[in-house]
Design a protein around this ligand. Structure first.
Ligand SMILES: Cc1cc2nc3c(=O)[nH]c(=O)nc-3n(C[C@H](O)[C@H](O)[C@H](O)COP(=O)(O)O)c2cc1C
Length: 336
């Protein structure tokens, strides 16, 4: 696994396990660098991480060791994957709210690499509505989680909140980088998301209602599965602009998967999308041409309810889970 893993360590009792995690990841062939919060340094001396990773440990945003680069941007760009382990309730809350007041949170906001969060805390902290709200926000923002396991907690309680074992986290990371977990590698995916408007006459437009969460989750999951994925049109785009943009993309990427998750007006006279030449999955829009893969439904799908994909009924209440399930079923039987 010749990958660059950036480990962000925040201040929980499980920091000692993060040292073992660096060791396991290094043994698995990863290049590991570590950033620590000030609280994390209360638990373990940075020297332990330095020795295990054979790299400098970072903790001060303003300590610029190399004058050629800005350290947090350099680290954010260097990483193929960022793990936040252990992730405290505090760091989860800051990330969910876009706060960047130390080296860990500043780097997390500066990266485009996938970020996995491994929460570890007291069971009541984990159950607190504010923490749950923040975790839900991070899930909606596309972050992945390594769920805490159940067992004896250092605080004396028994319950969910233990940082997952370093061996298990390392196995998940190895699996993530294995080519078989990237079925969309070298594929192009085009996704529409959100609302669409269409002119009725010179003075009036009809605009559908949609927040775009489903389409964006499908886009993010496609990227996780290795695709080069593009969002086509912006939220509220006119149907004419959308169609023009799709046609341009289709010329550029003739074998793209096309996922139409935007809420397109269905009034008479609305121009139709052509999916000819693409592998298309369409939600509730009449189309011209023979889609190569499947048209999920010609009926309108209410995104607040369920959708049927290749005979499987999928819940739509959680956009991220839906996107994962959608790709699983879309890729069933596909040539890899
Ligand atoms: C002994 C001890 C253990 C702690 N364990 C945890 C923990 O497991 N999870 C957590 O979220 N906070 C824990 N905390 C509280 C955090 O250290 C505290 O919220 C801190 O502000 C987190 O800062 P950071 O997120 O910047 O690392 C613990 C504090 C102490 C004193």
């Amino acid at each position: 696994m010749n990958k660059n893993i950036l480990l962000c360590v925040s201040g929980g009792i499980a920091v000692y396990k993060a040292v073992a995690l660096v060791s396991k990841l290094s043994q698995a062939g990863a290049n590991v660098k570590v950033i620590m919060t000030a609280s994390a340094r209360q638990f373990v001396n940075p020297l332990s991480f330095q020795v295990m990773s054979k790299n400098d440990v970072f903790f001060d945003t303003f300590d610029e060791k190399d004058s050629h680069v800005i350290a947090h941007i350099d680290l954010a760009d260097w990483a193929d994957l960022i793990l936040v382990a252990p992730a405290t309730a505090n760091v989860i809350g800051k990330l969910a709210n876009g706060i960047a007041d130390d080296m860990v949170t500043t780097t997390l906001l500066a990266t485009t690499a996938p970020v996995w969060i491994a929460p570890a805390m007291n069971v009541h902290m984990y159950d607190h509505p504010a923490v749950k709200r923040n975790l839900a926000q991070l899930a909606a923002d596309g972050y992945q989680f390594i769920e805490p396991s159940e067992g004896f907690l250092a605080c004396g309680y028994v319950g969910k909140g233990r940082l997952e074992e370093p061996e298990k986290i390392t196995a998940i990371v190895k699996d993530f980088f294995s080519p078989k977990s990237k079925p969309l590698l070298n594929k192009t995916v085009l996704v529409t998301a959100g609302a669409v408007s269409v002119s009725m006459d010179a003075q009036h437009v009809i605009r559908t209602k949609a927040n775009g969460k489903i389409g964006l989750a499908i886009l993010e999951e496609a990227r996780t599965l290795g695709a080069t994925a593009f969002l086509v049109g912006e939220n509220g785009a006119t149907v004419y602009d959308l169609i023009e943009e799709i046609e341009q993309y289709k010329k550029q990427y003739p074998h793209a998967y096309f996922i139409h998750a935007a809420n397109t007006p269905t009034i008479e006279g609305t121009p139709k999308l052509s999916v000819e030449g693409t592998s298309a999955v369409i939600f509730g829009q009449e189309v011209i041409g023979e889609p190569m893969l499947t048209v999920v439904s010609h009926e309108w799908i209410d995104f607040s309810d369920v959708a049927e994909v290749k005979g499987h009924v999928l819940e739509l209440t959680n956009a991220v889970q839906f996107a994962k399930a959608l790709w699983t079923y879309v890729l069933l039987g596909e040539d890899k």
